[in-house]
Ligand binder design. Structure first.
Ligand SMILES: Cc1cc2nc3c(=O)[nH]c(=O)nc-3n(C[C@H](O)[C@H](O)[C@H](O)COP(=O)(O)OP(=O)(O)OC[C@H]3O[C@@H](n4cnc5c(N)ncnc54)[C@H](O)[C@@H]3O)c2cc1C
Length: 481
C-alpha cells in the first residue's frame, strides 16, 4: 500500500492550498474529497448555459506586494487568475438611511473620502484605519513565527468589533458605515472579535478584486498545481475515520472502507466533524470533544442568483450593502462576454438555520412545495430591497435561482449550513480560535473554522498549517515575507 507523506481531508480552498504548498515542497500528498468536484464553497453551478458563482464575490490584498498576491505567487497560481480590480473610488457602497457612502481602495483614500463626509471624525477615522493596518499585519507576523497569537494578537481576538469601532467614533452613522459590510464576515454585535472584522476589512481596503471566469478559477488553478506537482485527488471519497496508533496518526479510512496510510493528516473540515472521525483511544479528551461540538456556528446565508436579460442592466464594478431591517448585499459577477452589461447578479442576506430547520431531513431538489414557496417569498423580498437602490434591476431579470443554508449544508457538509464555520467570540477567544496543532501527533487542522474564514483568513491558516510541516522560517523565506 502506498504511504503518503500527507493526507488532506477536503478539497476546498484550504485543502487545495495546503496541498499546493506541500506538494511543491516535495511532500507526497493525497486529498480526499467527499464531493464530485473540488472547490468546496468555490463551486459554481450552471443554469441556461451560464456559469454562476455560488459563493465567493470578492477578495482583497491582491495588489503586487500584498499578502494574498505574495501567497498566490508562492503557490504558483497568480498568473492563472484573471482579476478584475473593483472601482478604486468605491469597492463597497454603503446605503444607510437616505445616504450613500462610497468606500475607496487604499487606506489614504479611505481616510480622505470618509473624512470629507464626516469632517469632525477625521481623527477617529485615521486612528481606525491605522488600527486595521496594524491588525492586518499580525497575519504576516504569525506566519513568520509559525506559532499561535502574539500578545498583540490575543488583544485583538479578545476585543469586540463593535466596542472597538465605537472607541474611534461616537457618530452613529459613521459607526454603521464602518461595519456596513458585516455580512461578509458574519459580524454579530457583542460576539464578533475586532480581529475578524479587521483581517477582512483591511484586506478589502488594501485592494479589492473579483475573479473573471468565476471564483473557481482560483481553486481550479490550485488543483492543477497539485496534480502537476505529483499530488493526487480522489473525489466521492468521504473520510470516515482518522486512524491513530499510540496517540499518533497513521492515515484515514473512507466511508466505503478504503484505507490510506500517511505520516501526517490535515483535516480541513469542520472541527466538530474532525473530532467525530477520531477513535475514542486517539488521545483527545472527551471534555475537549464536548466543548468543540457545543461551539456556536456562524450564520448561514440566503443567496438569490439573478440571471439577467442580455444587454439590459449595466454591470456594476462595486458591491452594495443596503442597511435596514434586513441587511442585504448585492454583488455583480464580471460578465462572461466582458460587455458592459451584467449577466449574473447575486443578492444575499443572513439566514438562521432555524428558518429552514423544518426541511432539514430533506435533500436537494426534494424539499417540497412549501420550501419552494418559502424561497420564492424571501427572493421577492430581497429583489424589492435591491430594486429600491438599483432601479430597473427587477425588470431586467430573466430567471431567478436561490440557495439557503440547507443547500450549503448538503453540498459541502457545513454544519447547519453555516457560511463561515465556527463563530469566533471575543468573550471566549481561546476556545473559538482553534490551534492548527492537535493533541494527536501529526494531526493538523486547517480551514475556515480554525482562524478566520474567507479567502484571506483561510489562506493565512493554510500557511500556518504548512508551517508545522516545513517550518515557519523556511516558508517565510520562500515567500519572501
Ligand atoms: C454565500 C457565501 C459567500 C461568500 N463570499 C465570500 C467572499 O466574497 N469573499 C471571501 O473571501 N469569502 C467568502 N465566503 C467564505 C469562503 O467561501 C469560505 O471561507 C472558504 O471558501 C472556506 O474554505 P474551506 O476550504 O475552509 O471550506 P470548504 O469550502 O467548506 O471546504 C471543505 C471541503 O471539505 C469537504 N468535506 C467535508 N466533509 C468531508 C469528509 N468527511 N471527507 C472528505 N471531504 C469532506 C467538502 O465537500 C468541501 O469541499 C463566502 C461564503 C459563502 C457561503
Amino acid at each position: 500500500m502506498t504511504k503518503y507523506d500527507v493526507i488532506i481531508t477536503g478539497a476546498g480552498l484550504a485543502g487545495l492550498e495546503c496541498a499546493a504548498v506541500l506538494s511543491s515542497e516535495g511532500q507526497k500528498v493525497l486529498i480526499l474529497e467527499q464531493g464530485a468536484v473540488s472547490g468546496g464553497f468555490f463551486q459554481p453551478f450552471k443554469r441556461r448555459g451560464v456559469k454562476i458563482d455560488s459563493s465567493v464575490h470578492y477578495a482583497g490584498s491582491l495588489d503586487k506586494g500584498q499578502l494574498l498576491h505574495t501567497a498566490f505567487s508562492y503557490m504558483g497560481v497568480i498568473d492563472d487568475l484573471e482579476l478584475v480590480r473593483l472601482n478604486p473610488g468605491s469597492f463597497d457602497v454603503i446605503f444607510t438611511g437616505d445616504e450613500t457612502y462610497n468606500l475607496p481602495i487604499g487606506h489614504e483614500n479611505f481616510v480622505k473620502v470618509l473624512s470629507e463626509r464626516f469632517p469632525e471624525e477625521s481623527g477617529g477615522i485615521r486612528a481606525y484605519s491605522d488600527e486595521l493596518k496594524r491588525t492586518g499585519s499580525l497575519s504576516i507576523q504569525t506566519i513568520r513565527s509559525g506559532g499561535g497569537f502574539s500578545p498583540e494578537g490575543i488583544d485583538s481576538i479578545s476585543s469586540g468589533a463593535t466596542d472597538t469601532i465605537e472607541r474611534f467614533t461616537s457618530n452613529p452613522v459613521l459607526r454603521k458605515v464602518l461595519s456596513g459590510n458585516s455580512i461578509i464576515y458574519g459580524g454579530v454585535k457583542d460576539i464578533t472579535p475586532f480581529y475578524v472584522h479587521a483581517i477582512s476589512t483591511n484586506s478589502y481596503i488594501e485592494s479589492s478584486y473579483r475573479f473573471y471566469g468565476g471564483a473557481d478559477s482560483l481553486t481550479n488553478a490550485l488543483e492543477k498545481r497539485v496534480l502537476e506537482n505529483g499530488g493526487e485527488i480522489l473525489f466521492s471519497s468521504s473520510v470516515k475515520t482518522i486512524l491513530t496508533e499510540s496517540g499518533e496518526v497513521r492515515g484515514v479510512e473512507t466511508e466505503n472502507g478504503e484505507k490510506f496510510l500517511s505520516k501526517w493528516v490535515i483535516s480541513t473540515v469542520h472541527p466538530a466533524h474532525t473530532l467525530e472521525m477520531l477513535e475514542i483511544d486517539s488521545g483527545i479528551k472527551n471534555s475537549y470533544r464536548e466543548r468543540v461540538s457545543a461551539l456556536r456556528n456562524s450564520c448561514g446565508l440566503f443567496c438569490l442568483y439573478l440571471l439577467m436579460k442580455p444587454g439590459s442592466f449595466p454591470y456594476r464594478n462595486e458591491n452594495y450593502h443596503i442597511l435596514g431591517d434586513k441587511n442585504v448585499m448585492v454583488s455583480f459577477q464580471p460578465p462572461a462576454d466582458k460587455s458592459e452589461y451584467a449577466d449574473v447578479v447575486t443578492v444575499i442576506c443572513q439566514m438562521d438555520f432555524a428558518e429552514v430547520e423544518r426541511w432539514s431531513s430533506t435533500t436537494t431538489g426534494r424539499r417540497g412545495e412549501e420550501y419552494s414557496e418559502f424561497k420564492e417569498s424571501v427572493s421577492e423580498e430581497l429583489l424589492e430591497i435591491a430594486e429600491s437602490r438599483l432601479p430597473g434591476l427587477k425588470g431586467s431579470v430573466l430567471a431567478k435561482y436561490s440557495a439557503t443554508p440547507l443547500t450549503f449544508r448538503d453540498y459541502v457538509r457545513t454544519p447547519q449550513g453555516s457560511a463561515y464555520g465556527i463563530m469566533k467570540n471575543f468573550n471566549m477567544p481561546l476556545s473559538t480560535f482553534i490551534p492548527v496543532k492537535t493533541r494527536v501527533k501529526n494531526l493538523l487542522l486547517s480551514g475556515q473554522s480554525i482562524n478566520v474564514h474567507g479567502v484571506m483568513g483561510v489562506t493565512v491558516t493554510s500557511l500556518l498549517t504548512c508551517c508545522e510541516i516545513i517550518g515557519p522560517q523556511y516558508l517565510s523565506e520562500k515567500m519572501k515575507i
